[in-house]
Design a protein around this ligand. Structure first.
Ligand code: ADP
Length: 497
């Protein structure tokens, strides 16, 4: 009988477990899934928290359900983990209890700390060592905030009695019954504490961010055994053999394993991760240099750029202004028009991300005439996805990343064929959407299968027919549209100044 991999996908809004069957040809096929929504806590403006105990309970429940649905624990041979990145957890090494709610990646409470570090001139050093800009998004300042806010935590952390970790480490610690305090190198690469070249914690950064080494997990590769699950949890022990942060796991899931391979996930926001090969590429366009994955002593590096509002612009048209009643309508409505009629929508609802990094920018619609209809708004929102993607690809090119031959896509918005064709047209690169969409969980499962020695490479074997969109827009038309977009972005930024 074939064996199964249990993939845990702990995301920002839900916790999921997926059972993948590993077939003879090395392909991983989903058998069962279980999902539980996660409560979001907003104690103050700009603060976002999760209950770490709730995350662990949901992980356990979804895993148990999926094991049952897939035919019992005897069918499984390894566990892989993927998770929301940067979120900070603090817990008691003795009791295992969280000492505070987890601080979620979106949380801005440490903005004053990173602003001070920028003012003191630390950004260049931090960026050179970690590939990251100084921003409260990353974990280090969240760890320090937790240590300073929980009475006695800092002293106890120095003694190793209080532990710190991102969500993957919290899950590994719980899955191993407290035996393993381990994180994977991709999650560690998002803390601002890890050296991007050596993949080890840096004492100077731990000192700068005031995070004691004694509380931090050991850094492991992405496909490396990091202990067995406590037999009491699922009836017998399973080895934990794979782990990567969500965007990196998706890179692996897509099989974007070579320099010049890239994926973009179009959900609420959009995340581009481009494989740049076996050495980090420093960005001068404010993309993030990060680790793609580290497997068996070799590392693939990546450049990453985030678009804050992608599908959320469609949500706004539906829920905010009621121009559509269902996101799916957007495709047909956009296609009722021969072109955008000169209307551009800059979706700066929560500021503009890479490469603009204009947190104070706000949304804008330009080019309205008496002919403008809701269809123009919808079309402009979909077109904006493509223009924003193009801006990221241009930034990649400026940074000297290898040229892109193919853009692999996943996420809810990719159901929209008009938008995907427009991305291909505006970016001048073919766009490919795999038949199976759960790239994040698939990546975690593939890493776990490799770590357990069940497959011998990360090469994908899921070859169900993908959808491909080829660029077909004339260059003059593309240039004209991009000029219009750039004027609109400038206007949005000037309006916010
Ligand atoms: P997340 O993981 O960020 O919650 P998903 O990958 O589930 O996001 O995608 C949800 C997003 O996709 C929503 O913002 C929704 O507006 C958008 N979306 C879903 N279907 C379509 C569609 N057919 N056309 C355009 N946008 C869509």
């Amino acid at each position: 009988m074939t064996t199964c991999i249990l993939a845990i996908d702990q995301g920002t809004t839900s916790t999921r477990a997926i059972a993948f069957e590993l077939r003879e040809d090395g392909g991983l096929h989903p058998l069962a899934v279980s999902q539980i929504e996660l409560a979001q806590h907003f104690p103050q403006s700009g603060w976002v928290e999760h209950d770490a105990a709730e995350i662990w309970a949901a992980t356990l429940q979804t895993c148990r359900e999926v094991i049952r649905k897939a035919g019992g624990i005897g069918r499984f041979s390894a566990i892989g983990i993927t998770n929301q990145r940067e979120t900070a957890v603090i817990w008691d090494a003795v009791t295992g209890d969280p000492l505070h709610r987890a601080i979620v990646w979106q949380d801005r409470r440490t903005a004053d700390v990173t602003a001070r570090l920028v003012a003191e001139g630390h950004e260049t050093t931090v960026q050179a060592a970690t590939g990251l800009i100084l921003d409260p998004y990353f974990t280090a300042t969240k760890f320090a905030w937790l240590l300073d806010s929980v009475p006695g935590a800092r002293n106890r952390a120095e003694r190793g009695e209080v532990l710190l970790g991102t969500i993957d480490a919290w899950l590994v610690w719980n899955l191993t019954g407290g035996a393993g305090h381990v994180t994977d190198a991709t999650n560690a690469s998002r803390t601002s504490l890890m050296d991007l070249r050596t993949l080890t914690w840096r004492d100077d950064l731990c000192a700068l961010f005031q995070v004691p080494r004694a509380a931090l997990p050991r850094i492991a590769g992405c496909a490396e055994p990091r202990g067995d699950s406590d037999p009491a949890l699922f009836g017998c022990a399973l080895p934990l053999t794979g782990s990567a942060g969500d965007q990196q796991a998706a890179l692996v899931g897509h099989g974007a394993l070579r320099a010049g391979d890239a994926k973009i996930t179009y959900g609420t926001g959009a995340f581009l991760v481009a494989n740049v090969g076996d050495a980090p590429v420093a960005s001068s366009s404010r993309l993030l240099a990060t680790l793609g994955y580290a497997v068996g002593g070799t590392a693939a590096y990546a450049l990453e750029g985030s678009i804050f509002s992608a599908g959320s612009a469609i949500q706004w048209l539906r829920d905010g202004v009621g121009m559509i009643t269902d996101s799916r309508q957007s495709e047909a409505l956009a296609q009722t028009l021969p072109d955008n009629g000169g209307v551009y929508l800059v979706p700066g609802f929560t500021g503009l991300g890479a490469p603009w990094w204009e947190p104070e920018a706000r949304g804008a619609v330009l080019g309205l005439t008496r002919d403008t209809t809701p269809a123009h708004f919808v079309r402009a929102a979909l077109e904006a996805l493509a223009y924003q993607t193009r801006d990221l690809l241009d930034a990649l090119e400026r940074d000297g990343a290898p040229p892109l031959k193919l853009l692999r896509v996943d996420g809810g918005v990719t159901a929209n064929a008009f938008a995907m064709q427009f991305v291909a047209d505006v970016c001048g690169v073919p766009v490919e959407r795999p038949a199976f969409q759960e790239m994040t969980a698939l990546g975690a499962a593939r890493l776990a299968a490799l770590g357990a020695g069940l497959i011998d490479s990360l090469e994908p074997h899921n070859d169900e027919s993908a959808a491909v969109w080829h660029p077909r827009m004339a260059e003059t038309e593309r240039d004209r549209l991009l000029q219009g977009w750039r004027r609109a972005v400038r206007a949005a930024i000037i309006a916010a100044a």
